[in-house]
Design a protein around this ligand. Structure first.
Ligand code: CU
Length: 348
């Protein structure tokens, strides 16, 4: 029994983020990810090249924004918006908007084995009904990805087209992965798209970041399938926004919570935690007296002693924590979530 629970613990420790992660997908593949219900996924791809023919080092940028919302049941809806697109040339459309729905029919992000998703989409620049079937196969630290794409009117030209893409992401550690992909239309006259990336999970956060090189401009089904004439460099940043985080906007102040020593300890000093600081950096009390900290900030804080003295749990907004000091001494402390918040209690 114990062994089983230990194994479960180990699994939980290495379980992937419950958010779209670049550690499981190469840059030009949509992958099979679907945001959790109640999560808005905001991803930002930015690619550029520098033209220095005239010595002016003009930077040309190709940003694509992704917004997607998880609706539950492995379904999401979203949009890709590329502000500098070359997908539709006649008539030239500088911007490209694609709306999509995605249903993950099999598997889950970061889970071992096969995952399959279906992504119907509409590209407003091309006036084309587009779609993608994505397949991921994850085995250990390797994820292989493939996609079959179809468009009713690719590039705004009245021709139905198909494209294929394949790639892989290899996780070197729990925080770093390398990935690459190639995608191409079923047409020798259309340049294939490719990309390579170094992907990182930002420790202690739900964010992933990738440094990439590619010849594809916009991150849409069409944009990911056609190469531009130049090599672009850039990055992608993934930001899951948990809607419940915004609850303080809509609810009043939470009820006060009292943590720490039972009432009755003589409180000799009050310290507010406000504006990400301990309002009084040093207080002096006598042995046997107590200090009360009160969190006036909208974020959580803690009182964590640098020495052996036991400290507080996480103190929520409007929470207070009382600690009684039995022995004379100098007690330095900090806030665990914000280590730059520091204070001292001197006990005589
Ligand atoms: Cu803090």
């Amino acid at each position: 029994m114990k062994r089983v629970s230990l194994a479960l613990l180990a699994l939980a420790a290495t379980a992937p983020l419950q958010a779209q992660s670049l550690l499981y997908r190469p840059p030009n593949l949509g992958g099979t990810w679907v945001p959790e219900p109640g999560v808005v996924q905001f991803n930002f791809v930015h690619r550029f090249y520098v033209a220095d023919a005239t010595g002016a080092h003009k930077v040309t940028n190709f940003p694509t924004f992704t917004f997607a919302v998880g609706l539950g049941h492995d379904i999401a809806i979203g949009t890709h918006y590329g502000t500098n697109s070359f997908v539709v040339q006649t008539p030239y459309r500088p911007n490209e908007t694609e709306v999509f729905a995605r249903w993950r029919a099999i598997g889950g992000e970061g889970k071992q084995g096969i995952a399959v998703s279906v992504t119907p989409a509409y590209n407003f620049a091309a006036h084309s009904a587009d779609g993608e079937v994505g397949v991921d196969y994850t085995i250990g630290r390797l994820t292989l990805s493939g996609a079959v794409r179809g468009m009713t009117k690719a590039f705004g030209i009245d021709t139905a087209r198909a494209a294929f893409a394949g790639g892989a992401a290899a996780r070197l550690t729990d925080y770093i992965a390398v990935s690459a992909d190639v995608g191409s239309f079923v047409s020798p006259t259309v340049r294939a798209a490719w990309s390579v990336a170094l992907n990182v999970l930002i420790p202690g956060s739900p964010h992933t970041f990738s440094f990439q090189a590619s010849n594809a401009t916009t991150s849409t089904i069409e944009g990911n399938s056609i190469g531009f004439g130049k090599m672009l460099y850039g990055f992608e940043f993934t930001i899951p926004l948990h809607l419940k985080r915004f609850a303080p906007w809509f609810h009043g102040s939470p009820k006060p919570v009292a943590l720490g020593a039972p009432a009755g300890a003589a409180i000799a000093a009050e310290i507010d935690m406000a504006a990400m600081k301990f309002a009084r950096e040093t207080v002096t009390i006598s042995a046997g007296q107590a200090v009360r900290w009160t969190n006036r900030d909208p974020v959580e804080h803690s009182v964590t002693f640098d020495g052996a003295e036991p400290g507080s749990p996480i103190i929520p907004r409007n929470g207070s924590y009382v600690h009684r000091f039995e022995q004379p001494g100098t007690y330095t402390y900090h806030c665990t979530p914000h280590p730059f918040m520091k204070g001292v209690v001197v006990v005589k």
